[in-house]
Design a protein. Structure first.
Length: 84
């Protein structure tokens, strides 16, 4: 599972990375690959108009805010369920 944190590296981007790392660890997602994406053309290719944003396995899940831990958990759990 590839989780991409899209943003410039701002404080909110770092918060999203921390929350996502925590969720992946707690859920025990062994194959999780967390990637920071700070390349503006790549971010724009996802259609992101506001950062931070989170993409899971190439699908944009949210943008423009730091989601709660519960929201990230729901996104990761849904993505895991859709893989099988």
């Amino acid at each position: 599972m590839k989780l991409e944190i899209l943003g410039s590296g701002c404080a909110n981007c770092r918060k999203l990375m921390a929350v996502t790392e925590e969720v992946v660890h707690e859920l025990g997602v062994a194959d999780a690959e967390l990637v920071k994406v700070e390349d503006f053309p790549t971010i724009m290719a996802y259609g992101v108009m506001a950062t931070p944003a989170l993409a899971i396995d190439g699908k944009l899940m949210m943008s423009g805010k730091v989601p709660s831990k519960a929201e990230v958990t729901a996104m990761v759990t849904t993505a895991l369920a859709n893989r099988s």
